[in-house]
Design a protein around this ligand. Structure first.
Ligand SMILES: Nc1nc2c(ncn2[C@@H]2O[C@H](COP(=O)(O)OP(=O)(O)OP(=O)(O)O)[C@@H](O)[C@H]2O)c(=O)[nH]1
Length: 400
């Protein structure tokens, strides 16, 4: 077995895949072409068989042998045409491969039967048998094994009939045998090569498809990993709000746009009051729960166009595009009230939850996000100093 045949899993003698399911998939893949070629080849062969009826007439005239030959030719031609139709309709190349082999057996039998009826034209018939062997291998689509068996049947049958009915001498039988064996070997090798190359092409295509499928799977997997990573990078794990870095990116873009369009932009720094005490009294788990509740209140109290992030610990930050300082003040007051009114579970009923909010508004193109954050932060700590639970706006008696 050649290295290539081993590599592609193809039998060196039959030219078929060792793996039956692969072989069946291959035959399914070529069934349309095989049907088309059979429907073309069989009528062509029928015409050739019918045309030889003229030479029968020239040789035999209207004799009994001529009528026998005519009957036989009509039978062969009509069987081939019926089979061409049947193959066109039902000739699946995987399960109904036997249907494709029938024309070969019928043609071979017909050719053998000519010998006793026209023994005097044996030399022409030898040429016809060589042509028929080539046609069996290369013209009428069939599996290599089927083509080889039918050709062998034709060879042995013809030689036997020639020896018995045409009375050719034994040395001539040997010469004709060698000629027919040669025709068989050439046809066999040519079809084996074709079968191997076609299956190799199929195997390569399958490999390529498998690799593409694996690649697509890998890309999908990587995309989902990327999405997960992006989620981890962009979202705060506890509250689901924007992470600090993602908030900075989004707020930066909004601020630049506001500066370009000369529209107002404000920023809140929100800090939960006495959160350490809350943690110490009710535990970190409840502290976490309160942080998520406050995050929900922020989302509900603000517009979808506002960006909200967790800045760290119990501190939140909000960017408000298209918001004037007075609107920002109103929104912050409402947010503060909503936090105070947050419904809490029975065990937290004694908790007085409140936040302090520092506000900064962008004044000109020189104000970048860090400047706004620093200003809002200063306002926040101003609010803390003043007793917490309040909203402090930059500019209300402050210079920086
Ligand atoms: N449960 C919980 N606590 C946190 C988290 N992040 C930070 N903290 C706690 O938040 C508390 C913040 O305390 P401080 O910075 O002293 O501020 P505070 O107690 O809120 O006091 P003021 O801000 O001055 O009102 C610390 O005890 C932190 O451990 C968190 O993710 N979950």
């Amino acid at each position: 077995m050649s290295q290539q045949q081993k590599q592609y899993d193809i039998h060196w003698l039959t030219g078929q895949f060792f793996d039956s399911s692969k072989e069946s998939r291959y035959r399914d893949s070529i069934k349309a072409r095989v049907r088309f070629e059979s429907r073309l080849a069989l009528p062509l062969v029928s015409v050739v068989v019918a045309m030889f009826g003229i030479t029968d007439y020239n040789l035999l005239g209207l004799t009994r042998e001529f009528y026998w030959l005519l009957t036989m030719r009509i039978a062969v031609v009509s069987s081939c045409l019926v089979l061409a139709f049947a193959i066109g309709r039902w000739g699946g190349y995987s399960r109904n491969a036997w249907l494709h082999s029938l024309p070969l057996w019928i043609l071979a039998t017909g050719i053998i039967l000519i010998v006793p009826l026209r023994p005097e034209s044996i030399s022409t018939q030898i040429t016809a048998v060589v042509v028929a062997i080539m046609a069996f291998y290369l013209l009428i689509p069939n599996l290599l094994t089927v083509a080889a068996l039918a050709s062998l049947y034709l060879t042995v049958g013809f030689l036997s009939a020639a020896a018995v009915y045409a009375g050719i001498p034994s040395e001539n039988v040997l010469r004709v045998s060698l000629l027919l064996i040669m025709a068989n070997i050439v046809g066999y090798c040519a079809l084996l090569r074709i079968e191997f190359l076609q299956r190799k092409q199929f195997a390569l295509l399958q490999d390529e498809r498998d690799q593409n499928r694996d690649l697509l799977k890998e890309i999908k997997h990587r995309k989902s990993l990327e999405a997960q990573l992006r989620m981890v990078a962009e979202r705060d794990a506890l509250t689901g709000l924007d992470s600090r870095s993602h908030f900075m990116k989004r707020a930066e873009a909004l601020l630049q746009r506001a500066q370009l369009e000369k529209t107002p932009f404000c920023l809140f720094m929100i800090d939960v009051d006495h959160f350490k005490r809350i943690n110490d009294t009710w535990g970190h788990t409840r502290g976490d729960l309160i942080l998520t509740k406050i995050a929900e209140v922020c989302e509900q109290s603000l517009r979808p166009t506002d960006v909200i992030g967790r800045f760290g610990g119990e501190e939140f930050v909000v960017g408000l595009p298209h918001t004037s300082p007075s609107e920002a003040q109103t929104i912050a007051e409402r947010l503060k009230e909503n936090v105070e009114a947050l419904p809490l579970t029975a065990e937290l009923s004694e908790l007085c939850l409140s936040v302090t909010i520092g506000i900064a508004a962008a004044h000109g193109e020189e104000d970048d996000l860090d400047v706004l954050i620093t200003r809002a932060d200063n306002m926040l700590y101003e609010g803390k100093r003043e007793g917490r639970n309040r909203v402090v706006m930059f500019g209300e008696g402050m210079d920086s």
